[in-house]
Design a protein around this ligand. Sequence first.
Ligand code: ADP
Ligand code: MG
Length: 247
Amino acid sequence: MSEEKQVKVHVDKVNKSYGDNHVLRDISLDVMANEVVVMIGPSGSGKSTFLRMLNQLEMPNSGLVEVDGYDISDPKTNINKVRENIGMVFQNFNLFNNYTVLENITLAPVQLGKMTKEEADKRGRELLATVGLSDKADVSVNSLSGGQKQRIAIARALAMNPDIMLFDEPTSALDPEMVGDVLDVMKDLAKSGMTMIIVTHEMGFAKQVADRVVFFESGKIQESGTPEEVFNAPKNERLQTFLSKVM
Ligand code: ADP
Ligand code: MG
């Protein structure tokens, strides 16, 4: 039983400031292969900055960030290669609105030479079935609801066959009746063994799906543990206050 689990994300004592605003303070976090980590915490606590740092949309001022075994603060690291293995889903979808659904999904893998157009189309249609939108392949993204757009955004990220998926409040911009469909797609993805880091305010989802819940506050990880530990027996006073407001 000596098989070691693979570390997918290794963050060690990372600090990040914007001017005088010290946004991430000595953050350390490891995420293992197949693990689902849910990040919770108040607005402005540094959750998005942390996620964005994992694919070098932000650079830390100090500390180590390794993703998939690559030191992403090392200038010799080919960040585009690393990014190909990291899917990211944002609050506001970031789809190409003037393209069809299938075009949105196939654009990156074809342009980056990962697949031929035919392979990408085939994979794209499989992914559309996975997210429950097979019938939408050829419609314009403009015609979709927010919940449908977000499921397309997830399919698009998956089209690159990523090792890790990052989600930054994927349901925060959706009408309430759309939230469940998107969360269901994410649940299936978690069951399939995808390594996921998810920022969300959906506490019920976090309880159900997270292997580990991490509470961010004032740029620090104030507490982390299993959903049972964090939700049922929070130790940190700030976490107790936060939970009393959101649950
Ligand atoms: P959260 O996602 O938890 O709401 P953020 O990571 O977005 O928090 O923001 C943390 C802090 O960093 C906030 O004070 C925010 O104003 C600041 N911040 C985030 N991005 C930038 C940026 N690009 N430039 C300057 N300040 C930023
Ligand atoms: Mg945020």
